[in-house]
Design a protein around this ligand. Structure first.
Ligand SMILES: C[S@@+](CC[C@H](N)C(=O)[O-])C[C@H]1O[C@@H](n2cnc3c(N)ncnc32)[C@H](O)[C@@H]1O
Length: 355
């Protein structure tokens, strides 16, 4: 990794949600430290945006007569646009989720049918996110954990069970039977383990980070940039517009694909930008010179080694996340990117001839 020592400490401050403390320490020794000033400015904007959003959500709670404890996310509200709410019951959480949807939030529910019902009841948190220049995440928890949620982990259905069979909603309790059957089948090797489906929810890369991200990725006019999980298409559209490259976005969500295609048409970039609907894990990436990833840290950590072994020498893989990406292959470069109202840590891997 070629991270400068200062950048490594800065990245640690982002991961541990202590960026404000880091910046204040840096300014105590050098009042002109531009990075520390930029970090404080970004944190100030984030905290203000979270407070504004808290006010809007509180009005929503008041009008829907749901009683909730609403607060900035406990894991670093001045660094991430996230709030959390605690309500009394699962039904209240669901009602708050529905109300939030009318206010522009989207649910993060990777499943359908019975798997969705089971996921809702087991996860103990309902997550919704509001896309915008910066995405705001709201986690709604409920205090009255049902008897089901108190079951020891080994009895609780999980991703693998929901993936195993597709049932109508009303049959969600059958996942309790699916679990032992699946475990036995796997032990006896009666079924394949299939890894497929959802890589992560839609959270958009903040607009204020785009130039820094493209600079970090060294995107130029001769590049073909592919964004795996392109969401509303902002990265591929802006990369084409600002850096003159060709770009392709892939997303598995048909609604987001339609939005991204509309945005490409509105930007009159159809000759440079293609949006594909499909699974980013199985799409052919052979023509890419730059692959962009903004996915959950564990997904990126899993995908990067695979991409490094598949892609041609010289291809850059650039990922960003506020959480630490514990990838078995260290990046060639890591840099904290500070926008006017957002923060992230970007990493770059280059495929070399020996990968
Ligand atoms: C965090 S968003 C990133 C959006 C965009 N790249 C950006 O940075 O603004 C992740 C995206 O991955 C998409 N996604 C999830 N699973 C996928 C899959 N298997 N194949 C393609 N896209 C997927 C989601 O629909 C979502 O839009």
């Amino acid at each position: 990794m070629t991270t400068a020592p200062n950048d490594a400490a800065l990245a640690e401050a982002v991961y541990s949600r202590t960026l404000v403390e880091w910046a204040n320490r840096a300014l105590a020794t050098d009042t002109t430290d531009g990075t520390a000033r930029a970090a404080l400015e970004a944190c100030r904007h984030i905290a203000a945006a979270v407070t504004d959003e808290q006010g809007r959500l509180q009005s929503l709670l008041d009008t829907t007569r749901i009683s909730a404890e609403l607060r900035p996310a406990s894991n670093g509200a001045d660094q991430i646009n996230a709030l959390e709410a605690v309500v009394g019951s699962f039904d209240e959480a669901r009602r708050f989720g529905d109300a939030a949807e009318t206010a522009g939030y989207r649910r993060w529910e990777p499943w359908t049918g019975a798997a969705r019902e089971s996921f809702r009841r087991m996860s103990q948190v309902l997550t919704v996110a509001k896309p915008g220049d910066v995405t705001t995440v709201l986690n709604i928890r409920w205090t009255s954990a049902s008897k089901l949620q108190q079951l020891p982990a080994v009895f609780r259905p999980n991703d693998a069970d929901w993936r195993a069979v597709d049932l109508p909603s009303a049959l969600w309790p059958l996942y309790f039977v699916t679990r032992p059957l699946r475990l036995v089948a796997e032990r006896l090797r009666l079924r394949n383990r299939v890894e497929e489906g959802q890589l992560g929810p839609f959270l958009s890369t903040p607009a204020s980070l785009l130039d820094a991200l493209f600079e970090f990725a060294e995107i130029g006019p001769t590049d073909h940039v592919i964004d795996i999980g392109c969401g509303d298409g902002r990265l591929v559209i802006e990369a084409a517009r600002r850096r003159g490259c060709r770009s392709t976005g892939i997303d598995s969500d048909p609604e987001l694909v339609a939005t991204a295609r509309e945005r490409v048409a509105d930007a009159m970039l159809a000759s440079q930008v293609t949006i594909l609907e499909g699974d980013g894990e199985t799409t052919d990436l052979n023509s890419a010179t730059v692959v962009l990833l903004f996915l959950p840290a564990d997904v990126t950590a899993r995908m990067v080694p695979k991409l490094l072994s598949q892609l041609a020498p010289g291809v850059r893989i650039v990922a960003h996340e506020q959480h630490r990406i514990s990838c078995p292959v260290s990046p060639d470069q890591t840099e904290v990117l500070l926008g006017a109202d957002s923060v992230t840590v970007a990493h770059r891997w280059s495929v070399d001839a020996t990968s």
